[in-house]
Design a binder for this molecule. Sequence first.
Ligand code: ADP
Ligand code: MG
Length: 375
Amino acid sequence: MVISMEVVLRNLTKRFPSRDRKNHEDVIAVNDFNFEIPDGKLIGLLGPSGCGKSTTLNLISGLQKPTSGRIFFGEDDVTELPPENRGIGLVFQNYALYPHLTVKQNILFPLENLKGKDKLTKAEMLDKAMEAAKLVQIDELMDRKPKELSGGQQQRVAIARALVKMPKVLLLDEPLSNLDARLRLQTREEIRRIQRETKITTIFVTHDQEEAMSISDMIVVMKEGIVQQIGKPQEVYDSPANLFVAKFLGTPPVNVFEGQVKGGRLLIGEEDVMEAGEVPDQEVYVGIRPEGFRLQEDGEFSCKLNRVEVMGRDISMVSENKASLNSTIRAIIGTENEINMDQYKENTSVRFHLLPHKVFLFHKETEERIYFGER
Ligand code: ADP
Ligand code: MG
């Protein structure tokens, strides 16, 4: 049985002294992080390299001490506890297995160090090691050495080793980055399954938005140490809080344009594309998801077509527009409607209707979302 835990981060901050001789300002790797990570959920901590993901995880694990702020596991303030007393399991990108030990010995290792009332008999330890190995499906490989395993198998051993003490919280730092594309896909589904089966509160760090979106109950998007948005993956995708989040989530990425609001209408370039509700007159950034375009002869938005890419399920129309901040605009048109693509020639004008719920406005200076229309 697993006793999983809610994890509460309160005003969590970590500063590192500057190592740069020209710039003496401290690096604030984690800046006032507040979040109640719900019990038994899988949370994806997502952001570009250097945004403070690993530091956040290291603070939760106790490998690093916060500059300020508190960490709670359930009711317990664990801020001052050393890592070994927090009841956590850790998995890193480089599997960090002991090369001279077998798989079985690697998995047993955390159990052999238990002291006092937690001490187990040899038979109990072997039972637990076998249980963890079965969970990650490496129970056939117990007598091999790490170098006799593939990368994916090594990472499973590392996960089994993190699970063998049945941690209250499982912390994974870019655990799939060293795996090739196919294994990455397979292993991430495995991690999801294991998390569902064990219900251990899990924090999964990645810079890969697709990875985070696909397996997380909730995602936390970070930038430069600051949390940008927290929510269910689909909610964050459908309603990004700012331009950074809009651009970070989604492949192909959101298309960004210079626009303006004038008399309650949204203009992109010269074209009046839609109603902008109560938004006051101002210049804005306009983000349009690739699936927000509908081919329509009398559509309100026109672009110069570069090429049409037919990719099985979808058709991508790649085009240009003077107001676009991306070099090209990518519109995804589903193949469910029969469209005769022969009529769309390169370097001709193509017109789109824009779906309002796929169009986001952002403040020109702050890049914060400006909400308009229905919410
Ligand atoms: P991520 O895991 O998201 O790539 P990190 O948490 O590793 O980011 O780093 C966040 C920021 O803190 C970066 O600017 C990094 O250079 C800095 N940093 C991390 N660890 C240290 C350290 N031990 N000393 C100084 N700066 C650090
Ligand atoms: Mg990192």
